[in-house]
Design a protein around this ligand. Sequence first.
Ligand code: SF4
Length: 694
Amino acid sequence: MSLDYRDVLGEGGLISRKMPNYESRAEQMELAGAVDAAIRSGRHLVAEAGTGVGKSFAYLVPAILHAVEDQNEPELLAPESGGPAPRRVVISTHTIALQEQLFDKDIPFLNSILPYEFSSVLVKGRSNYLCLRRLHAAESRSNSLLSTDEEIEELNRIAEWSRSTDDGSLSDLNPQPAGPIWDEVCCEQGNCMGRQCKHYKQCFYQAARRRVERASIIVVNHALLFSDLAVRSAGGSILPQYDVLVFDEAHTMEQTAGDHLGISVSQGQITYLLNRLWNARTQKGLLALSAKKLAASGGLTVSAPLFKEAVSKARSLVEESVIRAEETFDDLKEWLYARPGSNGRVTEPGIIRRNLEESLTLLAGALYGVISVLSGAEQKMELASARQRVLSLKGELTAWINQEDPEMVYWLEKIQRRRGETVRMLAAPVNVGMLLRESLFSKVKTVVMTSATLAAPTNRSLRAGTPPAPFDYFLSRIGLTGALTLLVGSPFRYQENVTLIVPKNMPSPREGNNASNAVFYDALLKYIQETDGGAFVLFTSYSLLTRTADALVGRLARLDYPLITQGKGMSRSQMVENFKTDIHSVLFGTDSFWQGVDVPGSALRNVIITQLPFSVPTHPLTQARCEAIQLAGGNSFYEYSVPEAVIKLKQGFGRLVRTAADRGIVVIMDSRVLSKSYGKTFLRALPDCRFRQD
Ligand code: SF4
C-alpha cells in the first residue's frame, strides 16, 4: 500500500514515531495537502506559510512521495512497458543556509524514515569543480601562464589537494584559492572533452553529473535554476528534465530572475578576459605560445613563421582591445558625468563609439586563425573557449549599445575601483513574467512557490468593497495566472510574545536637519535600552546607517552595548556570530540583514525598522517598472511600491521570532504607518501581535 503525506506528517505518523517531541501542526498539514494536490493535478501553487509552519517538511514529503511513486508500481519503470520516465523533483532555495538545512538535515532524516529508496543531490555550477585536464595543462604551462611564484605555489596547492579530495569541488578546498588561478583549472562551458578526455573516468564533474542523472531529488539555488532556464532557451541544459519544481524563498523570484536574464558588463570583466589571453606587461597568457616548440613536437599544421605571424596578430589585437575598452568606459563615464543628477538610465541606442565591438570581432577572427593551425585538441579547446567568451562579451556589448530588446531597461551604474570610479553597463527585463511564462510555467508541470512573505495587498484589494486578493502582486510580477493559492499563518504565539511599537510624530532623519536627527537618535537609543541591547537596527540606506552609527557610537559604548556596523569589512556571517556572542550587542545593517538572517533564541530581542523599506523610486529598474504599470492604466505606487515594501517589511519583522520560544519587540520608527492612508496596509500585513503607540 502506498503512503500518503498524512501517514508521514500526521499524528502517530512516521515522523512522530522517530521524533518523540514532534507535534503535528495543522498549518503544516494544510500546506502539505496543498502541495500534494498541486502535484497530483499538475497545477502551479503559490503558498505563503508563516514562520514555524515547518515548510520544508510540508513540501518535501509530498514531493518525495511523488518522486518514488513508481516504486509502488515497479512495472512502470520497466523500459519495455514504455511507461513514464522516473520522476524528478527540483528544490530551489535562495540562501545557502536553507540549502544546507535541506540537504544535510531534512532530506537525510526523511530518507531514514521513509520505506522507499531515493537519492538526492546538491547541484553546484560547473565552475565549482576542478577539471583534471586543465589542471595538468596549467601545470605543464605554468611558466607561460602564471606571473608570480605565489601563483605557481597556489597551483601546486590545488594539485596536491586534487589527489585527496573526494568530490573535487571548491567548497572542499581550504583556504579558497585566488580567483584567477581557479579560473585556469576549473570546469568550463565549451572546454570539456567529454568521453575523449583521458581523465574522464576520474573526472569530478562527470561523476557529479552522473549523480544528478540518477537522483530523484535535486537541490539547487535560484541562481543555478535561472542559469539553467537561460541555457534551455538556447537549446542546452544544466539540469536534467524534471516535472516538479519547488521554489522556496520565492519572494526573491522576480529579483533573481531579473539578475540572471539581464546584462552586466564592466571594464574589469573585459580586461580580465583579455589579460588571460595575453598580458603584454608580463608576457604571459594563453597566447604565450612558442612556435619553435610547437613545431618541434608536431603541434602545428603550418610552418613556424606562419604560426608566429598568426599569434602576433592575435596578441596585438588583444593589446588594442585593452585600449579600446579603456576608451569605451571613459566615454561612458563622460556620458554619465555630463548628466549630473541623472539616475544613469540610457534610453537611446548608440551613445558611444563602436571601436571596442569592432576590435573584439577582429580579435575573435585572429583567435580562430591561431586555433585552426594548432593540431593539439587540448590547446585548441582552451583557446576556443576563451574565443567564445570574447564573442559573448561582444554580443552583450552590442545588445546594450543597440538597446536591442525593447522589453529591457538599460542603465549605467557607478562602481568604485582601487584606481578610482568607473561604470558598469547593466540591463534587466522590465517584466520577468513573460520570460518565466515561456521558459518555466509552460514547460514544468507543477511549480510550487512558497515563502513566509508572498502576500501583499494591491490597490485593487485596498479599494473599499473589493475582496482581498493577497497574491495579486506576486502573481502579476511573475506573470502567472490561474495558479492554486494558499495562505497559512504562523503557529507561533505573537500575541503573547511580540509587541509592535510605533512612535507617533517621529521626524524623518535627514542629512543636515539637526533637530529632527537628534529626536530620531534619542528615540533609537531609548528603544535599544528597552531590551538592554540584543537589537537589530535595520536601515534602508547606507548613508543613514553610517550617520546614525557616527552619532551613537559613543553613547552606545558608554552604555556597554557593543556596536556591530555593516560596511566595516566584516562578513555578514561574522557580524551575526559576533552579535550572538554578547547578549547586549546592537547590530546596524542594511539590505542583506532584512532577510535570510537567522538568530534564534534570546540573543535577538528587538528589531528596529528605521524607515519603511520603499525601493529608491529613481532607480532605473524601479522607474521602468512603475512606468510600465502607469502606461497600462495602473497606479504604480499602490500596485508596485507599496506591496514590494510590505513584503520587505514582513521579512524584516520576521527576523525577531524564529522559534516558538522567541519573544521581544519590533519598533517601526516611521510614523507614516500611522499618518498615511497606506500605513494600515503595512500594519495589517504583520502577524497579529500586541500593539503600542508611543
Ligand atoms: S571530462 Fe571534461 S571536465 Fe572532466 S577532466 Fe576531462 S575535460 Fe575536464
